[in-house]
Design a protein around this ligand. Structure first.
Ligand SMILES: CCCC/C=C/CC(=O)SCCNC(=O)CCNC(=O)[C@H](O)C(C)(C)COP(=O)(O)OP(=O)(O)OC[C@H]1O[C@@H](n2cnc3c(N)ncnc32)[C@H](O)[C@@H]1OP(=O)(O)O
Length: 286
């Protein structure tokens, strides 16, 4: 197992404060107060229990440090985030699955309710839980034309829970969310822009980071209190639903994920993941 470390350093040349954990790097620009958080969990930034715990810890730290905004991106070459780690769902240990799902709920609650504005710079494929990470930010910029984004849960023979679905509905509306979720379609960059899954697109990651920063600069003259209150009111019903139904959602998921039908579907999906040529899976199964 990799040695885990956390270090905080200030680079006097760039005026950036670096926070580095084993799977996440965070750099805070001292002048603007904007944090850039880079996910770095090869090969595909899949969300397992330990990674989710790191994300929560870092979000808490950024909140405590009163950053003015956050850009979430990937340090990998072609994947933003491959979604939930399928190994957490396939042949699960019920205790670990319970902890995993609770931590996923908490990660979403932390990210969806940050006191600072957030942007995801989607510089690689972003299926399912990866898309969910992006949707939970306030703004999305997608890079290039080579990647796919969307909710492919149905293709795995599973379905997104209510709070996942409500988050998507809040971004693209009920009708488009239903079509997107039931078909499991993965969208090209242009398609994602067209249906509103992303707010902007651009050719390269550097321009995307600039666009993200430009969006966050909108908040320079907005009171953090007014920002947070507005966001809370806007997102309240989805947040409240999960808070009120946390245990029910965990119990249901743990039971449902262990059912033989779901496990069979996941087994078949894992086999297809191995047998299809690299990077073909997402486009081939559309
Ligand atoms: C109530 C229940 C609700 C459940 C909700 C679930 C939401 C989810 O997020 S489910 C997960 C959905 N994710 C996917 O379907 C992604 C599948 N992966 C891919 O399509 C591709 O891997 C990729 C396009 C992301 C990347 O392609 P690339 O060619 O670069 O890499 P690969 O050779 O395919 O993969 C490398 C390596 O990583 C493993 N892997 C890929 N995705 C996952 C994952 N989500 N979880 C765990 N592991 C994953 C893949 O099997 C390869 O492993 P090996 O090197 O050991 O073969």
């Amino acid at each position: 197992m990799l040695r885990r470390y956390i270090s905080y350093t200030t680079n006097k040349f760039t005026n950036c404060r670096h926070v580095s954990q084993s799977m996440l790097q965070s750099t805070v620009d001292e002048k603007s107060g904007i944090a850039t958080v880079t996910m770095n969990k090869p090969p595909v930034n899949s969300l397992n229990l330990e990674f989710l715990e790191e994300i929560i810890t870092l979000l808490n730290k950024l909140q405590k440090d009163k950053v003015r905004g956050m850009i979430l991106t990937s340090g990998l070459q072609k994947v933003f985030c491959a979604g939930l780690d399928i190994k957490e769902l396939y042949k699960p240990n019920p205790d670990r699955l319970t902890k995993f799902w609770t931590t996923l709920q908490d990660t979403w609650l932390s990210l969806y309710t940050t006191s600072f504005p957030t942007v995801s710079v989607i510089n690689g494929h972003s299926p399912a839980g990866g898309c969910m990470l992006a949707m939970s930010c306030d703004y999305r910029v997608m890079v290039g034309q080579n990647y796919r984004i969307g909710f492919n849960e149905a293709k795995l023979g599973i379905f997104a829970p209510k709070w996942f679905q409500n988050t998507i509905i809040a971004v693209i509306g009920q009708r488009k969310a239903e079509v997107s979720l039931t078909t499991g379609k993965m969208y090209t960059t242009d398609e994602a822009l067209q249906i509103g899954l992303v707010d902007e697109t651009c050719a390269d990651a550097d321009s995307a980071l600039k666009k993200g920063t430009h969006f966050l600069n909108n908040f320079q003259n907005i009171s953090p209190w007014a920002y947070k209150m507005t966001k809370d009111i806007n997102r309240q019903s989805t947040i409240q639903w999960l808070i009120d139904n946390k245990q029910k959602d965990v119990d249901f998921t743990v039971e449902y994920m262990q059912s033989p039908g779901v496990q069979k579907n996941l087994e078949l999906y894992l086999q297809s993941l191995k047998s299809l040529p690299p990077l073909k899976l997402i486009s081939e199964i559309n």
